[in-house]
Ligand binder design. Structure first.
Ligand code: SF4
Ligand code: SF4
Length: 109
């Protein structure tokens, strides 16, 4: 009896749709208000370094002389302090989490 019940259950789940989504083949549905990837807009940035000073993890480094903004994605905890502090609205946290990083390199912008 138990054998038939077990077989019926096994067959049911063989043909059932998966409970979880097939990420990354199916795009993840963004949750409204969630904090995802930090996006930098170079055109409006004045390289004031405020964002780097406010960052609690040291993920941001801004070089005013070279006009270079860099981020270590592995250090960023998406707290949003830099977004709030930026006087030029050059930073934004999107709901997109972006692709996983495969290196420990800093991202130069
Ligand atoms: S705070 Fe804003 S304007 Fe200043 S360096 Fe950072 S991104 Fe650029
Ligand atoms: S979101 Fe937070 S941790 Fe990430 S770069 Fe901005 S201040 Fe730093």
């Amino acid at each position: 009896m138990a054998y038939f019940q077990m077989s019926r259950l096994a067959l049911k789940w063989v043909f059932a749709k998966p409970v979880t989504s097939r990420y990354p083949f199916e795009p993840r549905q963004a949750i409204a208000g969630s904090r995802g990837r930090l996006v930098f807009t170079r055109d409006t940035c004045v390289y004031c370094t405020v964002c780097a000073k406010k960052c609690p993890t040291g993920a941001l480094v801004v070089n005013r002389a070279q006009k270079r903004w860099t981020i270590d994605r592995l250090l960023c905890i998406t707290c949003g302090y830099c977004v709030e502090a930026c006087p030029k609205e050059s930073l934004e946290l999107t709901t997109d989490h972006g692709s996983p990083t495969v290196t420990k390199d800093r991202e130069f912008c």
